[in-house]
Design a protein around this ligand. Structure first.
Ligand SMILES: [Zn+2]
Length: 83
């Protein structure tokens, strides 16, 4: 493995993937949003982003409200649509 290519783990499936192929997100106060550059962040792979079951499991783990959870699912769908 090359040293200069950072690899991160997807929080949902625990698969390791190149950082550039992952989506970096942040959780704070029971909401999930794109990483702002500050605070605790985590990664999701694109496969998990398309897997609504996995995404829902994640929002449960972070105790998102139903509304926030739905918004997050929508956000990921938009993300995939835009490539
Ligand atoms: Zn994954």
């Amino acid at each position: 493995m090359r040293k200069n290519k950072p690899v991160r783990m997807c929080l949902a499936c625990r698969e390791r993937e190149l950082q550039k192929n992952l989506i970096r997100l942040q959780e704070d106060n029971h909401t999930i949003f794109p990483y702002t550059g500050q605070g605790r962040s985590f990664y999701l792979c694109t496969i998990c982003c398309e897997n609504e079951k996995k995404v829902k499991g994640l929002t449960k783990r972070f105790r998102l409200s139903t509304e926030d959870s739905e918004q997050f699912v929508k956000y990921l769908k938009e993300l995939n649509k835009n490539g």
